[in-house]
Write a protein that binds this ligand. Structure first.
Ligand code: SF4
Ligand code: SF4
Length: 304
């Protein structure tokens, strides 16, 4: 194996996943994303820097982290809320000392070799199920060089590769990465650019261009639509997306039901949850939207 010194920032590795691609998969989550979707369930994925999460349910306000931190970065305030300051250098001493496992650092650095070592532990399952490696985020293309090397190494080993992408990336990077991807799981959130900008913080123009590039590349592609109340949960909005992807030759859509499971992570990062109080769309509504998409696309499923 070669080691070229590239390092990637990873905020999670999930094993034995049966979602996010075919068969049993290892999902590697890379840090950094150009969008700020209001519903994002992984807010610790957004910045490309390391972050500390303080779990409110697990923290018992014991103050051990405050005592152990030699940089004075931890404080437990009068209300028992534990906070981390900019002085934190992520040495990890407090994480080890916290008995309640209330602290987590997101953004550990890995070399490609180190990640491949993790991925290869489950090679037997990939072979028997047609699974493999899925790289997610964040937006995995925001660590383009590292992503390319990781996917390349997996493919050279004969491991099936997939990425989950929001589609925001320089067009040349996006086109290049397609060479290393067997399955592309790509979001399309809204066809209206103004609404896309309002709810995600970014334009859909480059996303639509990259969709066309992906479709021409003839990879196995699934279009994923997170269904968000107030943003894109009307028949018209779902039909607009379905018509577009159908027009460029895509034949599979997964519609993903909004959930607020990421809300506790916003608290853990000391941030407000942008969609506080928004309810999950009822199953019946998801069925209606699925039926709507099926008028334009051959294969539609709820979840993915
Ligand atoms: S984060 Fe852990 S060590 Fe720090 S106050 Fe909470 S429980 Fe104690
Ligand atoms: S990771 Fe290290 S520097 Fe950061 S708060 Fe914990 S002990 Fe302090």
């Amino acid at each position: 194996m070669t080691e070229n010194g590239l390092k990637g920032k990873v905020f999670d590795i999930q094993k034995y996943s049966i979602h996010d691609g075919m068969g049993v998969r290892t999902i590697v989550f890379l840090k950094g994303c150009p969008l700020r979707c209001r519903w994002c369930a992984n807010p610790e994925s957004q910045l490309d820097t390391k972050e500390m999460l303080v779990s409110r349910p697990k923290c018992v306000s014991c103050g051990v982290c405050e005592q152990i931190c030699s940089k004075g970065a931890m404080t437990v305030d009068a209300n028992g809320v534990t906070r981390v300051s900019e002085n934190c250098d992520f040495c990890g001493e407090c994480v080890k000392a916290c008995r309640g496992r209330g602290l987590r650092i997101a953004g550990d650095e890995y070399t490609v070799d180190q990640l491949m070592e993790e991925v290869l532990k489950d090679e037997i399952f990939y072979i028997s199920t047609g699974g493999g490696l899925t790289v997610s985020g964040g937006e995995p293309l925001s660590q383009y060089e590292f992503l390319k090397e990781l996917l390349n190494r997996a493919q050279m080993r004969g491991i099936n590769t997939a990425i989950e992408t929001c589609g925001v990336a320089p067009e040349e990077h996006f086109a290049d990465i397609l060479n290393y991807v067997d399955w592309l799981l790509m979001d399309l959130k809204h066809m209206d650019d103004a609404k896309h900008k309002e709810w995600t913080g970014g334009s859909n123009k480059v996303i639509l261009k990259n969709w066309e590039t992906a479709a021409k590349n003839k990879k196995q592609i699934i279009c994923r639509i997170p269904v968000i109340p107030g943003f894109n949960d009307t028949e018209e909005e779902i039909a607009d997306i379905a018509r577009f992807v159908s027009s460029i030759g895509i034949n599979e859509i997964h519609i993903l039901q909004y959930h607020n499971l990421g809300e506790s992570k916003y608290l853990a990062l000391g941030r407000d949850y942008p969609l506080s109080g928004v309810k999950q769309p009822p199953n019946e509504r998801m069925d209606e939207l699925k039926a709507c998409a099926e008028k334009h696309i051959e294969k539609v499923q709820i979840g993915g």
